[in-house]
Ligand binder design. Structure first.
Ligand code: AMP
Ligand code: MG
Length: 492
């Protein structure tokens, strides 16, 4: 039998068996054959009617035991109590010849944790999740993955009637910070054991590392998650990605990007940018995400305290976030400039100064983030600042004197480097293509009319975001004016 569900086997307190709710006349919107092959899944799954039935909630394969898990969490800084898989359900873990992978349906109907919701997801948000999961993978950023996207004429009510859709997503595990918060909040004699079982299950199966905290397995686990989360957020920042709902229930214990609702790749570089229309306070603004991740890790640490027992040790594991994040961020952004990680503190200070000066200019003018870095990558191979490729960068700035003065310093700094290496580093650090809101929106509008070709185009394009793909040049252009009016909120 190829199906197991180790999470469900932890016991009835962790999840509830639940069958997907069928939808009428299901159809494929898009299929990720490459991921299927990478994961070693049976090719037939994405080919025939059987697979379509399973991935739209209309059928099951032998051995599957679908379940929805319970978790809690902090939403927008407040304790929200019990949440849980309200519209996601796990089909179980599939054991392919190469690995064990959990497979979830998102939007397959009500579960015991749906509360007031209908358990459904709409086509618009499902297309965004499907495409962005794979765009992130293309960028080399840890993420849950998307195996396929199905839909149905079934209508669901949001602000208006919309088409239902189901994303099939995969990950080694979908355990969130909120799972630990849930059991920590219910710690009594039984709750403690439940928390411990969950932590043991998680670290033994998914987070095996040895570090200076190894004497205390739970501090070790906290530290491992801290490091993974710091690295993840640094990677988000470096490509201008904002997660619009960084609640603790949307934080993967494996450091994966998870739960794509309101998210955005920055167009113009505005560090204060808020990508979630429902986030009135700007809690999840681009420049606050690193701190929010730390705050979320603090919640996780609190949840793990009954297991760690030693507060100083927990704080040390957590505190490592600051230097780990700072280093990961600096490393990523210096790579964007074609520079290596500084060897000593004085070169660190001077390279950091150069970088921060640039970021200030970019922010002041809200220069297009992706275009700037990509053009700069093309310019660095030219030493002469008058060269056309440098002109393409210069023309992005109104304040020419600020730009020229920075450029001069940068060119001097670059002169100490091997230009070819710098250029190669930059072309692999600065993507040409990202899933801008307006690109997703265009695909959504077409799909709503039954034409899924644009989903397919973006899906293929974003798999290789660092490749030139000249036939798709126009997908790397500045966003149209209407892009600024796109509003993405939690309602999806
Ligand atoms: P999110 O903001 O998408 O992370 O969702 C927060 C919580 O609300 C999670 O427990 C979700 O499962 C649940 N939820 C969101 N949308 C729905 C829906 N349409 N039906 C049922 N539960 C939902
Ligand atoms: Mg969520």
């Amino acid at each position: 039998m190829n199906w197991i569900n180790r999470f469900a086997e932890l016991g009835p307190g962790y999840s509830t068996k639940v069958l997907p709710s069928p939808v009428p006349q299901a159809f494929w919107v898009s299929r990720n054959f490459e991921l299927s092959e990478t994961l070693g899944l049976p090719p037939a799954w994405l080919m025939g009617d059987e697979g379509l039935a399973v991935f739209s909630g209309n059928g099951a394969w032998e051995g599957m035991a679908p379940s929805a898990s319970v978790y809690s969490g902090h939403q927008f800084g407040q304790w929200a109590g019990q949440l849980g898989d309200g519209r996601a359900l796990s089909l179980g873990e599939y054991q392919s010849p190469s690995r064990t992978i959990e497979i979830q349906l998102k939007g397959a109907g009500k579960t015991p944790f749906s509360r007031m919701g209908d358990g459904r997801a709409v086509l618009r948000s499902s297309i965004r999740e499907f495409l962005c999961s794979e765009a992130m993978a293309g960028l080399g950023i840890p993420s849950t993955r998307a195996l396929c996207l199905t839909s149905s004429p079934l209508k669901v009510l949001r602000e208006e009637l919309e088409t239902a859709a189901i994303v099939t997503r995969t990950a080694p595990s979908f355990i969130r910070f909120g799972h630990f918060e849930h059991f920590a909040n219910n710690v009594g004699s039984e709750g403690f054991q439940a928390l411990k079982n969950l932590a043991d299950f998680t670290r033994q199966n998914f987070l095996q590392t040895n570090d200076e905290f190894s004497d205390n397995p739970y501090a070790n686990m906290l530290h491992t998650v801290t490091v993974k989360t710091a690295d993840l957020v640094a990677q988000w920042q470096a490509v201008g990605f904002c997660h619009g709902v960084m609640n603790t229930d949307n934080m993967s214990i494996l450091g994966l990007t998870i739960d794509y609702g309101p998210f955005q790749f920055l167009d113009g570089f505005n560090p204060l940018h808020i990508c979630n229309h429902s986030d009135h306070q700007g809690r999840y603004a681009y420049n606050r995400q690193p701190q929010v991740a730390y705050w979320n890790l603090f919640c996780l640490a609190q949840a793990l305290m009954p297991l760690i027992e030693d507060q100083d040790l927990a704080m040390r594991a957590l505190e490592d976030y600051k230097s780990r994040y700072a280093d990961a961020w600096l490393s990523k952004f210096l790579n964007k400039l074609g520079l290596p990680f500084p060897a000593d503190s004085s070169s660190r200070a001077s390279d950091l100064g150069l970088l921060n000066e640039l970021l200030d200019i970019l922010a002041k003018e809200q220069v297009d983030f992706t275009i700037f870095w990509r053009r700069l990558s093309h310019a660095v191979s030219e030493r002469a600042a008058e060269h056309a490729s440098w002109q393409h960068v210069s023309e992005l700035f109104l304040d020419q004197s600020a730009w020229k003065s920075w450029q001069l310093k940068y060119v001097q700094r670059l002169a100490l480097m091997d230009h070819l290496i710098s250029q190669q580093t930059m072309l692999l650090a600065n993507p040409k293509y990202v899933l801008r809101n307006h690109l997703a929106e265009a695909a959504i509008q077409k799909s709503k009319l039954g034409d899924h070709s644009e989903v397919e185009t973006l899906f293929k394009l974003l798999k290789s975001p660092f490749d030139e793909q000249p036939e798709f040049d126009h997908y790397a252009n500045l966003p149209p004016a209407w892009a600024a009016d796109i509003e993405i909120s939690c309602s999806s």
